[in-house]
Ligand binder design. Sequence first.
Ligand code: GLY
Length: 253
Amino acid sequence: MFQHVIVRTPCQSLIEGITSANLGLPDLALAMSQHEQYIAALRQCGVALTILPPLDAYPDSVFVEDAALCTPHCVVVTRPGADSRRGEAALMEPVASRFYECVERIEAPGTLEGGDVMMVGRHYYIGLSGRTNAAGAEQLIAILQRYGLSGSAVPLTEFLHLKTGCSYLEDNVLLATGEFLSRPEFAAFDIIAVPPEQAYAANAIRVNDKVIMPAGFPVIRAEIERRGMTVLEVPMSEFEKLDGGVSCLSLRF
Ligand code: GLY
């Protein structure tokens, strides 16, 4: 069970966030409204929310997932691979440290962003992406092993982050699209195959007894519900414009 969730209010500089999406600039007022709806969905999941203030110096700072990895035993302060985001991790450390006695850090030359880390029980899949390098993944695996956890690297080429293209929803269910449909390490999962034109729906989060997913994907929603899960949809258009998904907007632990 997750007890805590950390989110950060979108900042005025949000429109300067990194993007490859070609969907236009986000509308800040609409992004604020969508963020509030995201928080409202989280409130239905039985977690205590910590809402951090906006950070105008970091346009992408609403995507808090990338700045830290919260495990059951320690928090790992990351070292984002995007230069414009690197400072976000140091600012997350004092916040995350309120909840953890054990604080670990990814050090140079390693880079690692939380969007590349998918927890499946006591094992963590770590995407090797444009943001997370092999040194970062090796450091994280060594940290996890010190706490009786494990990790393994998953190369990827099609997506920004590992969880841009796949999400573990517990109960052996994996949402997956693109290159992750054929990864051998995922073969034993009950895979919900997300077609390429709906790839944005491959990023969803299970928070206790609910699944939070982006609005507008009724077929994928039905597949999740067919497996006995309760789904909450949230509008995400303004964050999609910045390559961000529902997982990116929170730290859950
Ligand atoms: N805009 C989200 C990211 O690139 O990290």
